[in-house]
Design a protein around this ligand. Structure first.
Ligand code: TLP
Length: 347
């Protein structure tokens, strides 16, 4: 039996479904065997993505996780250390990948709302010695997921890059949502990515493609990355079929991310007026809203689900709401009403 309740799904921006136009682009894409290097659509996506973020080359990978892990493995040798923000996706959600795959030690860096200070980074850099695992990579996450979609400002990125350069340490950007950052800042994405040596961005989040991310960097890095992708079993064959969706997304769905940001702000403002809830508006910068709940967040999530709204409890007293193209103004109204009903009946 189909569920009669029309769900508004705020669990993640990964839940978007490809549009009819995107499916049409997939259907008509020219294909080849990409492991053999002859899928024209994948080649076009990789070239387009690299040009878009101002890097020499790109590699289409099945997921953002694989993009990050390959980048770490390419930049660092076994036994090295890398620096990452303490709640970074590569630490929190990639199931120990850096230790298992690249074989590196991860040193964590504290932050304010996901933004690491350049001083905090510099003070954690380790020299290579008989005793210490030399730092060979600094990872930034922009926007920052667990901090609530927050943006690391361009000036901070520039300072971090200068520190990296002075210690000859490359910077990798987990740019799963880097287009959310550039759209919110009102700048070309290159303004963000100019401050990093490699960037992995997701096509399958706010950009609405069903599958895939692109890792971009120097031609040498991407050559190594291609070997790592094969090693991890990420070499795909007629993957132009799905790459076509990514190309369509880059052409058509970047600018509309601003709508998701506006809806996130609208809803956050409304929730802040309700009993039992609060939102730190300073962190509502893109498409994610972290809601603090006085009572257990999981109970809120259960009540919301009964009213047709899906979201995740991200911590004991925190809900995460993620906006995306499949949530329109009507969806925002449904969500606001559900929160209001629960607030007035339980608080
Ligand atoms: N994030 C997912 C979950 O894994 C938490 C989500 O729903 O937000 N970097 C960042 C910053 C991410 O938020 C994610 C996915 C990834 C990397 C990994 O992307 P995938 O899921 O394609 O491996």
């Amino acid at each position: 039996m189909p569920n009669p309740i029309p769900f508004v799904d705020l669990r993640s921006d990964t839940v978007t479904k490809p549009t009819p136009e995107m499916r049409e682009a997939m259907f008509s894409a020219p294909l080849g065997d990409d492991v053999l290097g002859d899928d024209p659509t994948v080649i076009k996506l990789e070239e387009t993505a690299a040009a878009r973020v101002g890097k020499e080359a790109g590699l289409y990978v099945p997921s953002g996780t694989m993009g990050n892990q390959i980048a770490i493995a390419c930049h660092a040798d076994r036994g090295d250390s890398i620096l990452a923000e303490e709640n970074a996706h590569i630490l929190y959600y990639e199931v120990g990948g850096p230790a298992i795959l690249a074989g590196v030690v991860t040193r964590t860096v504290p932050s304010v709302n996901g933004v690491m200070s350049p001083e905090a980074i510099e003070s954690r850099i380790m020299k290579r010695s008989l005793h210490t695992p030399g730092t060979s990579l600094i990872a930034i996450e922009n926007t920052h997921n667990r901090a609530g979609g927050t943006i690391t400002p361009l000036s901070t990125m520039k300072e971090i890059k200068a520190i990296g350069d002075s210690h000859r340490i490359p910077i990798h950007l987990d740019g799963a949502r880097v287009f959310n950052a550039s759209v919110a800042l009102g700048v070309d994405v290159k303004e963000v990515t100019q401050h990093v040596d490699s960037v992995s961005f997701c096509l399958s989040k706010g950009l609405r493609a069903p599958i895939g991310s692109v890792l971009c960097g120097s031609s040498d890095l991407i050559e190594k990355a291609r070997v790592w992708r094969k090693r991890l079993g990420g070499g795909m064959r007629q993957s132009g079929l799905i790459a076509a969706a990514g190309l369509y997304a880059l052409d058509h769905y970047v600018d509309r991310l601003a709508e998701d940001h506006q809806r996130a702000r609208d809803l956050a403002t409304r929730l802040n007026c309700l009993k039992g809830l609060s939102v730190d508006m300073a962190t509502v910068q893109t498409n994610i809203v972290m809601v603090r709940t006085e009572s257990a967040a999981q109970e809120w999530a259960n009540h919301l689900e009964a009213k047709g709204v899906k979201c995740f409890a991200f911590a004991a007293n925190q809900l995460r709401l993620v906006f995306h193209a499949d949530v329109d103004d009507e969806g925002v109204k449904i969500v606001a009403q559900a929160f209001q009903d629960i607030s007035s009946s339980t608080q």
